[in-house]
Design a protein around this ligand. Structure first.
Ligand code: C5P
Length: 232
């Protein structure tokens, strides 16, 4: 499995997204489309970015009853995305249904990964509000194991959790990790961050990088620096 850098295209409109993507003339980066852009522009934004030759991670984090998730995943699979995701909290049954829905008639399907605990959820809130009586790292590992049991490909997690997930689920179990910053860059609102080089060392398979690339003076140069440090 190839390591890759995924650019988080957190833009509010198709126009801003295309202005950004137009800067990339000699490379076609793997891009992440999240809820903001998808809800603003609808499925056409996926088709148009795909037509330009990019791989797409559609980050919609589905979480509903198994039948609804299965049918929704069939729609997303028809959009020809390369990777998509859901919440592991939806249970193993929901994840299995998602996998069925995502699998195309010819047997191919996008990579399917799960969110374990959002990195915005603290251990204290998980215990006091969600009544999950465990250490947060134990909950993350358990959700990752459930994800593997359901037959999915991997999880989204903090780069600092990637090693723990690999130990529990095996080195072929994919880790997709946001929270990446250059050693000399701004951290912004991310708390637990690491550099592309360190993410590589810990064992991330894909890093998701937004503002360090999208807000850079020279986004193409920032992207290439990320690739150099992470893929080598
Ligand atoms: O701009 P930045 O590099 O912080 O962007 C990171 C991207 O990864 C954003 O799209 C953010 O929503 C997403 N993400 C995250 N932490 C998670 C899950 C997703 O930062 N736990």
């Amino acid at each position: 499995m190839g390591k890759d850098v995924i650019i988080a295209c957190d833009f509010e409109s198709a126009q801003k997204t295309f202005e950004f993507l137009d800067k990339f003339t000699d490379v076609k980066p793997f891009v992440k489309i999240g809820m903001e852009l998808f809800y603003a522009e609808g499925p056409s934004i996926v088709r148009e970015i795909k037509k330009r030759g990019h791989k797409i991670f559609l980050d919609l984090k589905l979480h509903d009853i198994p039948n609804t998730v299965k049918k929704s995943m069939a729609v997303l699979s028809g959009l020809d995305v390369d990777m998509t995701n859901l919440h592991a909290a939806g249970t193993i049954d929901m994840m299995k249904a998602a996998l069925e829905g995502l699998t195309r008639p010819d047997g191919t399907r996008p990579i399917l990964i799960a969110v374990t605990q959002l990195t915005s959820t603290s251990e204290e809130r998980m215990q006091n509000e969600l009544l999950i009586n465990a250490a947060i790292n134990d909950a993350i590992v358990k959700y990752a194991q459930n994800t593997k049991a359901a037959g999915l490909d991997g999880v989204v997690c903090s780069p600092l959790e990637a090693g723990m997930v690999k130990s529990a689920c095996g080195c072929d179990f994919i880790t997709v990790t946001p929270g990446v910053r250059f050693a000399d860059g701004e951290v912004g609102d991310q708390v637990r961050v690491t550099t592309p080089a360190k993410a590589k060392e810990i064992g991330s398979d894909y890093i998701v990088v937004g503002r360090p690339i999208t807000q850079a003076d020279d986004p193409v140069k920032a992207y290439k620096r990320c690739v150099d440090e992470f893929v080598g």
